[in-house]
Design a protein around this ligand. Sequence first.
Ligand SMILES: Nc1ncnc2c1ncn2[C@@H]1O[C@H](COP(=O)(O)OS(=O)(=O)O)[C@@H](OP(=O)(O)O)[C@H]1O
Ligand SMILES: Nc1ncnc2c1ncn2[C@@H]1O[C@H](COP(=O)(O)OP(=O)(O)O)[C@@H](O)[C@H]1O
Length: 207
Amino acid sequence: MSNVGKSTNILWHESSIQKLDRQQLLQQKGCVIWVTGLSGSGKSTLACALSRSLHSRGKLTYILDGDNVRHGLNKDLSFGAEDRSENIRRIGEVAKLFADAGIICITSLISPYQKDRDACRELLPKGDFIEVFLNVPLHVCEARDPKGLYKLARAGKIKGFTGVDDPYEPPCNSEIVLQQKGSDCASPVDMAETVISYLEENGYLGA
Ligand SMILES: Nc1ncnc2c1ncn2[C@@H]1O[C@H](COP(=O)(O)OS(=O)(=O)O)[C@@H](OP(=O)(O)O)[C@H]1O
Ligand SMILES: Nc1ncnc2c1ncn2[C@@H]1O[C@H](COP(=O)(O)OP(=O)(O)O)[C@@H](O)[C@H]1O
């Protein structure tokens, strides 16, 4: 029997079907591709391009998008520091379950704090947490502003907006960094290809 957090007298139950069996069935390795970056850096676009490209190769993926998860599981959370941490923690735990199911789980949330991203990394077996940093400068994200949120934040109508009056801690240990070369930003499809090459080289696209 164990006590975990506020749960007392609980017992882990093993199943006779394990991660390796599921991976064999799916002919892939479960993992988490953790896409982090400012609002407007292209996280959701990359996640969708990656999911489509892997799907067309017969690989099972699932996207956990910060915006979307906040419509359900995380709708009780604000954008205050504590709630952002809880948002990241919960998405990390759910992503871990998807990876255990043998699925290539793509998360796309700002996840501004290094310690929270690292805590999610620690939840997974070594190598299975693949951090992708969309290193797009603030001025580029702000010029894109597809939802008009930067404009509202600059006008003081949204408080605590990441990059404006709330912090973003750039990752220092990402497996993949995607950034502009000169004034050009690689296309989402090309960025997805970079991630897929990493998955191939590291054996995630076979069982
Ligand atoms: N204050 C503030 N700061 C940043 N972002 C804000 C804020 N308020 C609303 N939004 C919208 O919420 C999206 C970010 O949600 P996340 O769950 O990814 O954020 S976090 O990881 O908890 O920081 C983010 O979506 P993306 O633009 O896709 O990143 C915004 O559309
Ligand atoms: N690689 C890219 N090059 C140029 N524009 C992009 C790229 N990726 C995304 N965009 C554009 O940037 C904006 C923000 O993209 P989005 O995926 O919504 O970002 P995020 O999820 O990080 O907020 C959208 O208008 C999108 O079309």
